[in-house]
Design a protein around this ligand. Structure first.
Ligand code: ADP
Length: 376
């Protein structure tokens, strides 16, 4: 009799439940870790069939996440290959900041807004200290756990930014959160892009709708300039040298207070420092955390007291044989919904599927900086 495959056991550890959503690189589904009883989210990333870039993105995400451990970063619990897919096992998060902002039944007090922003910046400060840019900061990448803790997720586009001559693709941000230097085509940029995006999230928490909703990159810049005034050469000396720089008609800045009538003076002061045009003059995440906005009254709410959308039903290990339809996980407008997975897994199947594939040694090298992943 063949010796039992030790790898199979590890993959066997997870029992699939319903699909949570579909991301850029594959399906995300809920699962139970049978070792711990913990609910997890497994992101299935297609490997092999796609272009090198996608594979590399996946490998990059794993390597980064393995190194990032912080209360405000989504934990990567495990990772394994199975049937040509890479499975990334994350701690399960109940909801995200986009769902909170959009939920009209939720009232966000100034202390609540402060708490959500503080957790966002704490996660980001940790990344920046490790020389990692997030590069895709937006409310639906800020996941929220059952204890109210907010954690940064989706590092699919993040990468190290330590080397001075590294060039990045600038088309990485959801447009509304994109810093002006990216919109002007900057190839080299720094942590300021995450600060700008966090400022957009701060503004969105205050307004309860996305702040600058551009329909194209040109329109996005136009919206930014009509909110803060067209930048002058003295405000941002390097602007004219950016690859896609075009001159915009001069418009003066309206008072910031007119855009955020309910915000406190401290909130407006921090917001204006985060929305500084010149990335070299923009406040850093660490400086933002030290701003008096966070130490003045009202103090940030305790995470477990923060308002969140109504809790969704949790899958428990004891539920495996329940015959029930898929649970509706969120309001219908949100992408997070239950649906059958294309390649066979049904969310309402009588017995939850096991991820039962081989957990062999998994190595892959790339031609960039030779990420080597072994049995992650
Ligand atoms: P995208 O690539 O579009 O940013 P993701 O692949 O990160 O999306 O995630 C797709 C969906 O899966 C998300 O909208 C979210 O609903 C769900 N999801 C992702 N990670 C988790 C998690 N850790 N816990 C619960 N749900 C998650």
């Amino acid at each position: 009799m063949a010796a039992p495959d030790p790898s199979k056991k590890v993959a066997d550890r997870y029992l699939k439940r319903e699909v949570l959503g579909e991301g850029t690189y594959g399906v995300v589904y809920k699962a139970i870790d049978t070792h711990t009883g913990q609910t997890v989210a497994i992101k299935k990333i297609r490997l092999g069939k796609q272009k090198e870039g996608v594979n590399f993105t996946a490998l990059r995400e794993i390597k980064l996440l393995k190194e990032l451990k912080d209360p405000n970063i989504v934990e990567l619990i495990d990772a394994f290959p199975h049937k040509g897919n890479l499975h990334l096992v994350f701690e399960f998060m109940e909801t995200d900041l986009e769902a909170v902002i959009r939920d009209r039944n939720i009232f966000l007090s100034p202390a609540d807004t402060k708490s959500y922003l503080q957790m966002t910046l704490k996660g980001l400060a940790y990344c920046h200290k490790k020389w990692v840019l997030h590069r895709d900061m937006k409310p639906n990448n800020l996941l929220i756990g059952s204890n109210g803790q907010l954690k940064l997720a989706d590092f699919g586009l993040a990468r190290m930014f330590g080397s001075p001559h590294r060039r990045f693709t600038h088309q990485v941000f959801a447009r509304w959160y994109r810093a002006p230097e990216l919109l002007f085509g900057a190839k080299q940029y720094g942590s300021g892009v995450d600060v700008w995006a966090s400022a957009c999230i701060f503004a969105e928490l205050l307004l309860r709708r996305p702040f600058l909703q551009g329909t194209s990159d040109i329109d996005q810049l136009g919206k930014i300039f009509s909110a803060f005034g067209t930048p002058t050469a003295s405000q941002w000396p390097d602007m004219v040298y950016l690859p896609d720089y075009v001159e915009y008609q001069y418009v003066p800045a309206p008072p910031l207070r007119s855009l955020f009538p309910m915000a406190t003076d401290d909130a407006l002061d921090l917001l204006s420092k985060m929305f500084t045009y010149d990335p070299k003059a923009r406040i850093s995440v660490q400086q933002a955390l030290e701003h008096r906005y966070f130490s003045s009254a009202p103090l940030p709410s305790d995470p477990d007291k923060l308002p969140r959308p109504a809790p969704k039903r949790e899958s428990k290990a004891s539920d495996f044989n329940l015959q029930e339809g898929p649970t509706v996980l969120s309001p219908p407008r949100k992408s997070r919904r239950v649906m059958p997975e294309r390649d066979g897994f049904e969310g309402n199947s009588q017995q939850a599927d096991k991820v039962d594939g081989g957990f062999g040694d998994f190595r892959q090298t790339t031609d960039d900086n030779s990420v080597l992943i072994e049995h992650i």
